[in-house]
Design a protein around this ligand. Structure first.
Ligand SMILES: C[S@@+](CC[C@H](N)C(=O)[O-])C[C@H]1O[C@@H](n2cnc3c(N)ncnc32)[C@H](O)[C@@H]1O
Ligand code: SF4
Length: 347
């Protein structure tokens, strides 16, 4: 039997090409490392947004990640070199008491960190600490300029408090003349296949004069995990292979590795870092191969939560220029020539 390579490709643009080729070929064992790794410091949240699984929580245990586990994760992340370490997931990262230490440790090792936050806890002290942490990117989940709508969507939050927190943060950053973190503001619009959208003028006006990037996201059903009932029913036949399982994975507070960032319940756990698995072994574990196999075979109806996922219908982004001239098939052949043929685990 051929030897399975222990080193995954970690060069970002090359990984993008291999990722596209892997999806085209319905690959099960991937020769490249995940492009993005989510590390969720905590799945606890202070809000209960109507569109988020936090308002519809099942039986999954909640907690905070220990620094011991986090340091072990960083050791492997430093080798795998994802494009980004996403230091958030299913909860609110600002609730973790050692968040600033977590960011600083990663950035010191050259790992670029991004956080999404609801900004409710972003008081002046926290603003100064975050700005001193060397964080690369920060995204404020501030969904709309409509106060009433915001307060209806973000249960337990407060439009005026959060807007003041964000403005204060942006003012301090500007006064200090800092370029980091790069700031994103995320407006959410209703889901619609093929829908094009841009930030509303009222939303843009709220942040005029600040160095921010406005981002629009589609509201999705969180693979059926949200309480919202306004999503169209799904016809899963003919959908493209799932992007997520070729692209990224999520590590929760307790070291469990989830195949998908829309699966807070952990229907598809592909590894456990507390039980001797690694990120690398989880990425191509039998559970992950089985998931890729079933989605490629169009058997989403057999898998939770994939059988309720709207993300399979979202518009696809085009890949970037680098390495475009080398045929992806050649790269794929080169990097997989030593891979052992996968054994497909039975469903
Ligand atoms: C689950 S939250 C966790 C981070 C943090 N608590 C926050 O709200 O930013 C991660 C991101 O998912 C977004 N999100 C949550 N539910 C969503 C949904 N149903 N559709 C689209 N985005 C959603 C949030 O706005 C946020 O940007
Ligand atoms: S979207 Fe974020 S802030 Fe809102 S409930 Fe979910 S995790 Fe909490």
């Amino acid at each position: 039997m051929k030897k399975i390579p222990t080193t995954l490709v970690t060069q970002t643009e090359l990984r993008r090409r291999l990722c596209a080729e892997a999806k085209r070929r319905s690959g099960l064992v991937l020769p490249y490392a995940p492009l993005e790794i989510y590390v969720d410091p905590s799945n606890i949240c202070d809000l209960r947004c109507t569109f988020c699984p936090q308002s519809n929580w099942g039986s999954r245990e909640r907690g905070f990640m220990s620094m011991d586990l986090y340091r072990r994760i960083l050791d492997e992340v430093a080798i795998l070199k994802p494009k980004q370490l996403k230091l958030f997931g299913f909860g609110e990262s600002l609730l973790h008491r050692q968040l600033i230490e977590m960011i600083t440790l990663a950035e010191q090792r050259g790992i670029s960190v991004i956080i999404h936050t609801n900004a409710k806890r972003l008081n002046e002290e926290m603003a100064h600490k975050l700005l001193a942490s060397n964080l690369s990117e920060l995204c404020f989940s501030f969904d709309t300029a409509d106060r009433e709508l915001y307060n209806r969507m973000r249960i337990r939050s407060d439009f005026d408090l959060v807007l003041e927190n964000i403005h204060r943060f942006l003012r301090i950053k500007k006064e200090k003349g800092l370029t980091k973190p790069k700031i994103f503001l995320q407006e959410i619009v209703p889901f619609g296949p093929g829908l094009l959208c841009e930030n509303t003028p009222a939303y843009r006006q709220l942040f005029e004069g600040f160095d921010v990037h406005l981002d629009v996201r589609f509201l999705h059903s969180f693979a059926g995990g949200s309480n919202e009932s306004s999503f169209p029913s799904l016809n899963l036949t003919g959908t493209s292979p799932c992007h997520e399982i070729y692209h990224r994975l999520v590590i929760t507070f307790d070291g469990k590795v989830h195949a998908c960032c829309l699966d807070p319940e952990g229907h598809n756990i592909i590894g456990d870092l507390q039980q001797g698995d690694t990120i690398t072994s989880s990425w191509n574990s039998p559970a992950m191969q089985r998931l890729r196999y079933l989605t490629n075979a169009g058997r989403m109806a057999d898998i939770l939560p994939c059988n309720q996922c709207h993300m399979l219908h979202r518009p696809q982004k085009k890949s970037r220029r680098f390495f475009r001239k080398i045929p992806a098939a050649l790269l794929w052949w080169w990097y997989t020539k030593d891979l052992a043929p996968p054994t497909i685990p039975s469903p």
